[in-house]
Design a protein around this ligand. Structure first.
Ligand code: BGC
Length: 758
């Protein structure tokens, strides 16, 4: 980057701008640009969707993909990329996206989306990373760091609790504070604290009755004051209701252009005293800071990008994203050099489904189909037959296509059957009606498997589908998610063993929809959706309920195998800022190279509050040659052990024993250890209604109470093995009312004044 780039003198500009100019700056000028102030040399900057590729539209474009966009590399959407668990790879994808933005003079790419996959039916799950906040946060931060290293900003979205598409612009997500803090905010927090995205996009929905865009708690107290966010908050497109309230909350820029409605509302707010000029200036300062950050990249002549190199990266990313769910009898990889005909069946092999619908839709520079890629890779060494088998957007079987597929299967040595969700099944803007594949596709599998049981199923789906009713017909199953423009070639790489699968599930695949945590609490009613499952999202739910699943969170096979040994856990620091170092050795015990993702789950069996059975707190990828071993070290900090203490209003580590589980998935734990930490849990504040048990446990009030009670009567009752638990559960103020209790009401009131902590 050149060093003599003109930068904005923001204090001077603030002084020079008229109020009307300031108001104009807080509104878009069209769908994708901010407003310029030419008189003062403030340029407009451009923002664009993604995020798994650049969707730059012509100037008069819309925001939901009805019009085309410039060609750009379509990387795997988040549902795919997340399954790589590869932060280094996500960083490189972010860098490539940054280069493409620069080539098109786009200053901010609208992503990533780090919302939690709460229900498998959320229509936008393909755009989100995971059901686990730690995984989503680490991946999102890596992506943002990569993108922003190119001088292009990210827009972390949709903040917060946008976990469904039904009524997304109005629904209120009703979430208790601890669940909000432990599940729905941490991915945003991690990206903000580790990567400082230039912008954060507020979500459309309400959280506990207040629009996210109008929530001062979210946009200022948590985002800026607690997490230290230094950037600009932009509305989601059309996500502003009461513009004056959004400014007070901390939302700076309304997008797209509101046709003057935004400026009118802010002007009125200033006039009536609802808003202050200081608040207006803060928002304008943040807008100018965004423009200023964009200038270095804009000052350079736009360089193109290497489309071939980016396609190659998209292929590498796609291969890392697919998850090998099962591989009975080592049916995969297919031997490219020997064997009979490979029957490729399914329209998705020829017409790939590689991204989802809505605002994220990219116009790819190229598009690989798995069918072409397999034919090219096999290059006549094995015959490849093809039968489409079904029509993608149809609910009916096509008898002639089924018969053709059946013949192809019967004549082949092995069948690769491509199944998946039609585009109309999942999109931004609405939720899915069910989790199933089209019924006729499942019937086709049965027909094909009857003709030839050697079936490999490759899935194309942006969100989880039910596998249990049919997966016994397929000895091998590759979950392809949506793999971007090079997905076809990547699938061929995996099927033929040019690359060993390494993806791991970033979400649980339940046996049936009815087992999922949100049954009865999704998508809500009468404008509210109650998160009744609380902390039990995804695997936390299936673990808590001891439910079998089709495939657990973190699961994914390779063509090789790995052994885990020698787990050690060392407490490097204790107290308020604990640090635990976890080390082990991983060995490739198979006969080919491969990559394993080692996962570390923390348990808190001694907690005084309910804690999920286990929670992912660290992971590491390790690539090993056959027979090779490597040490893996994982470091756990304070947050790995902490829970959100609602009364204290802060994170707290409760002293005691913690379990460390290391495994190849959440349900394939290979090694376990425990550590003992002192913690920093605040003593529960005492009050008149605290139970006798809580008073007795208090370090100062306890001894006082013992003395005051003496040893006879009630005192003996409290310690009685049979009646004691019942007695100790009674609030002290209530005991004081009982005839014969040795303390008066006045004495209890006095003790509250002495011992109760505020
Ligand atoms: C989506 C955002 C997107 C924006 C701009 C909205 O409908 O929710 O994710 O970035 O449109 O297209």
């Amino acid at each position: 980057m050149t060093t003599d780039v003109r930068r904005l003198d923001i204090p001077a500009l603030l002084a020079a701008l008229t109020r009307e100019e300031k108001l104009s700056l807080l509104d878009g000028s069209d769908f994708w640009h901010t407003q310029p102030v030419e008189r003062l040399g403030i340029p407009a900057v451009m923002v664009s969707d993604g995020p798994h590729g650049l969707r730059k539209q012509p100037d008069d474009g819309d925001h939901l993909g009805l019009f085309g966009s410039v060609p750009a590399t379509c990387f795997p959407p988040a549902a795919g990329l997340a399954s790589s668990w590869d932060t280094e790879l996500l960083g490189r994808v972010g860098e490539a996206l940054g280069r493409e933005c620069r080539a098109e003079r786009v200053s901010v790419l609208l992503g990533p989306g780090v919302n939690m996959k709460r229900s498998p039916l959320c229509g936008r799950n393909f755009e989100y990373f995971s059901e686990d906040p730690y995984l989503a946060g680490e991946l999102g931060a890596a992506w943002v760091n990569g993108l922003q290293s190119q001088g292009v900003g990210a827009s972390l979205k949709h903040f917060a609790a946008n976990n469904q598409e039904t009524d997304r612009m109005t629904v209120s997500a009703e979430i208790d504070e601890r669940t909000l803090r432990e599940i729905y905010l941490p991915a945003f927090e991690a990206v903000v604290t580790q990567a400082q995205p230039w912008t954060v996009m507020s979500s459309y929905n309400k959280v506990n009755g207040t629009y996210a865009a109008e929530s001062r708690k979210l946009l200022t107290e948590i985002l800026r004051d607690e997490w230290g966010f230094e950037g600009l908050v932009v509305s989601d497109w059309g996500g502003v209701d009461d513009r004056a309230a959004t400014v007070t909350a901390g939302l700076d820029l309304e997008m797209p252009a509101s046709g003057g409605a935004g400026a009118d509302a802010i002007r009125a707010g200033l006039g009536s005293g609802r808003l202050t000029d200081a608040e207006l200036d803060s928002a304008v300062t943040r807008l100018l800071t965004l423009v200023d950050r964009s200038l270095p990249a804009l000052a350079e002549p736009p360089a193109g990008f290497d489309a071939d190199a980016h396609h190659a990266l998209a292929r590498e990313a796609a291969a890392a994203s697919a998850v090998l769910l099962k591989n009975e009898g080592a049916l995969l990889p297919l031997d490219p050099g020997s064997g009979g005909t490979v029957a490729v069946i399914g329209e998705f092999a020829r017409t790939p489904r590689y991204q989802g619908s809505g605002s994220s839709q990219v116009n790819p520079t190229r598009l690989d189909s798995a069918l072409d890629a397999l034919r090219t890779a096999l290059d006549g060494r094995r015959e490849v037959s093809f039968a489409p088998g079904y029509v993608i957007e149809s609910e009916q079987a096509a008898p002639a296509l089924v018969a053709e597929a059946e013949r192809a299967a019967a004549d082949a040595e092995v069948v690769v059957l491509f199944l998946g969700l039609p585009p109309s099944y999942e999109s931004e803007g609405f939720d899915r009606a069910h989790m199933d594949l089209p019924a006729h596709q499942v019937e086709l599998l049965h027909t094909v498997a009857d003709a030839n049981p050697r079936v490999v199923v490759v899935l194309s789906n942006g969100s989880a589908v039910t596998l249990a009713p049919w997966q016994d017909r397929a000895p091998a199953l590759l979950e392809g998610w949506l793999l971007g423009q090079a997905g076809g070639a990547a699938v061929a790489d995996l099927l033929l063993g040019a690359v060993s699968p390494s993806g791991k599930l970033a979400e649980t695949l339940p046996i049936r929809y009815e087992n999922n945590p949100t049954v009865g609490a999704f998508p809500g009613e009468f404008g509210r959706v109650r998160y009744t499952e609380g902390l039990h999202i995804g695997y936390r739910w299936y673990d808590a309920h001891r439910l079998p699943v089709a495939y657990p969170f973190g699961h994914g096979l390779s063509y090789t195998t790995f052994a885990y040994r020698d787990l050690t856990a060392t407490v490097r620091a204790d107290g308020a800022d604990p640090q635990v170092e976890v080390a082990l050795t991983v060995t490739n015990t198979g006969d080919r190279a491969g990559t394993e993702t080692v996962q570390l789950y923390v348990t808190d069996p001694e907690a005084s509050v309910h804690r999920p059975e286990q929670e992912l707190r660290a992971f590491a990828r390790v690539t090993l040659e056959p027979g090779q071993s490597a040490p893996v070290t994982l470091t756990l900090g304070r947050r790995a052990f902490a829970y959100w203490h609602e009364q204290a209003g802060r994170w707290t580590v409760e002293g005691g024993e913690f379990g460390l589980r290391v495994g190849a998935s959440s349900r394939d734990i290979r090694l376990e250890q425990t550590v003992e930490l002192t913690g920093d849990a605040p003593a529960a504040p005492l009050h008149a209604h605290s139970t006798a048990e809580q008073w007795l446990a208090h370090p100062e009030a306890g001894p006082w109470l013992r003395t005051a009670l003496g040893t006879e009567g009630f005192a003996a009752l409290l310690d009685d093995p049979r009646n004691g638990p019942m007695m100790r559960a009674i609030p002290l103020s209530r005991l004081a009312r009982f005839p014969g209790f040795p303390l008066t009401h006045e004495q209890v009131t006095e003790a509250v004044e002495t011992y109760a902590t505020p």
